[in-house]
Design a protein around this ligand. Structure first.
Ligand SMILES: C[S@@+](CC[C@H](N)C(=O)[O-])C[C@H]1O[C@@H](n2cnc3c(N)ncnc32)[C@H](O)[C@@H]1O
Length: 239
């Protein structure tokens, strides 16, 4: 049996100015699949079951992230991924400690001053706080996450955040609680691999982006066949 190979990857997409489509900027990550970012359709019941398993997993992560992932987390990981020391010193330490991303989307395209940024599956919100530093007080950084426990802490800390506007909302990537065309940039970090219906996730990201807006994702990419026992494992899906 062939094994799935998982690689860390990053990609940048731009929303076309005319029709609501996303096109790739730069080179696509190398991948064997002809439909690299799309999973086969699952039943709605199965999607709900997977979302419940993810919520359960991240409820635990919100309390104590260390030991929950096969890769480093917290400040050590963020430093290794190129987050600047000044960003990590400015962000609340409880947020830095709970960073469980797999890459650094903000280094691929830095948000410009005054822009609005949406972080899909923001978790404890490090990328939201950093984006709000970069866009400044005239800009806006918003995080949305499925797991209420993940965003309780950052939502509280955002109230006393002196560097800009950081906001947090409970919601799903598949049905974003925002109007059309309101963000200049959408980011995600270690999240799309957890979303059962990736077609819908990309469509929603495209819907909330302004024409010409950017979507930058850092994620895990499977580059080979996934064995059936892994595909049907809730644990594999929710980690
Ligand atoms: C690996 S963590 C990454 C957290 C954060 N991006 C970071 O870099 O620390 C994945 C996050 O995605 C959230 N998530 C997973 N599936 C989601 C979905 N369908 N809609 C919204 N959030 C989701 C989880 O609750 C969790 O907080």
């Amino acid at each position: 049996m062939r094994c799935a190979v998982t690689v860390f990857c990053a990609l940048e997409l731009e929303r076309g100015r005319g029709r609501g489509t996303l096109r790739l900027r730069g080179e696509a990550p190398r991948c064997r699949s002809e439909r690299p970012f799309v999973t086969d359709r699952m039943s709605e019941a199965r999607c709900t079951e997977l979302r419940d398993a993810v919520r359960e997993k991240y409820r635990t992560v919100s309390r104590e992230p260390s030991g929950q992932f096969p890769y480093p987390v917290g400040r050590e990981s963020a430093v290794g991924l190129g987050y600047e020391a000044s960003w990590l010193d400015a962000a609340p330490s409880a947020v830095v400690d709970r960073f469980v991303g797999v890459g650094n989307p903000l280094r691929i395209r830095w948000p410009r001053h005054g822009e609005s940024v949406l972080d899909l599956g923001c978790g404890c919100g490090l990328d939201v706080f950093v984006a709000s530093l970069l866009v400044g007080p005239e800009g806006r950084a918003v995080g949305v996450d499925l797991t209420p426990e993940m965003i309780e802490r950052p939502a509280r800390l955002a109230a006393g955040w002196p560097h800009g506007k950081a906001e947090f909302r409970v919601g799903t990537i598949e049905k974003l609680p925002f109007e059309d065309a309101v963000f200049d940039m959408v980011i995600s970090n270690g999240v799309l691999n957890l979303v059962p219906d990736k077609d819908v996730a990309f469509r929603e990201a495209c819907r909330v982006l302004k024409p010409g807006g950017h979507f930058v994702a850092a994620d895990l990419l499977v580059t080979d066949t996934v064995p059936p026992q892994v595909l049907s494992s809730m644990d594999a899906w929710s980690t």
